[in-house]
Design a protein around this ligand. Sequence first.
Ligand code: ADP
Length: 342
Amino acid sequence: MPLKLIREDITNLSCDAIVNAANSTLLGGGGVDGAIHKAAGPGLLNECMTLGGCSTGQAKITKGYDLPSKYVIHTVGPVWRGGNENEEQLLRSCYRNCLAIAKEYNFESVAFPLISSGVYGYPKDEALKIAVDEITSFLYENDMLVYVVIFDKASFNIGEKLFDDIASYIDDRYVDGHFDNSRRRKMKGCLFCPSQASVPQPTYAEAQPVVFQDTCREESESLDDILKHIDESFSEMLLRKIDEKGMTDAECYKKANIDRKLFSKIRSDRLYKPSKTTAIAFAIALELSLEETKDMLMKAGFALSHSNKFDIIIEYFIKKNNYNVFEINEALFAFDQSLLGV
Ligand code: ADP
């Protein structure tokens, strides 16, 4: 099952367990630790007093008491001291040890705060990368729904350079939806690339130029090739592409951050209509080109447009050949867009 980034107060979540970024006494503190103790009530502190503390990088479990989640896994993150004091390994080991406990207890869902990224000072984007890295490695081998909770969006950034690159990519391409549509209605469409056809002349003086950068289909693709797959459904195209790429089903749905049950549903229903985010997640997992992605989306009744930030961000990553769903999701999250996968 997948990884989800969400913005929430972790104490509101109803999971098998939430993770507490505790200190080594396990007797409560500030930040998320204070919030969890407050919401759980005194029973939690009483149980914590029996545990004898916890060392950095390790984890211990208690019940959840008055929390909506059944259990709390307490872990102690490293204090950031500039990066040369084994902080990364210790932070990784927090995630690994918490996930090992979650596995031992057969939990189906666990939520993590961004450990060490508050009072302990770990740079937030680095802390997020480590969280995503450890959790995705775990999810390649195990079935679980894992949330990473980002509490304070204001101080969260995907990394300035990437953020700026995407922002200017959006600026360059973003066109007002109404303007875009009114122009498009005037176009003569090519059967396969309606947005590519003849680029119309602006109809009024103040019109800004709209640049259609999509390349038309490979000329070498014959009409036979094109027509061969015309009646193919989304599900059939997906399964064909998985075979063509030499992937297993599991490799594909895990890389797409898609739940196994949803994949089985798509697999067994030839006419299944996925959501747009699901369809794109598969296109990314299959590392399809922009044109192939559009074909796949079309099978599900969707298109990519330049009047939509979400679509432009997807296009940005595909053009950069970056097919990492989790990196794409971090960027979508930073721009307040829906995330890929489940
Ligand atoms: P640490 O001491 O490990 O840095 P903090 O509690 O200070 O722990 O911060 C860890 C992360 O938890 C920070 O990113 C902080 O914004 C976040 N956080 C604080 N309160 C909550 C909450 N109620 N729910 C989810 N995350 C929270």
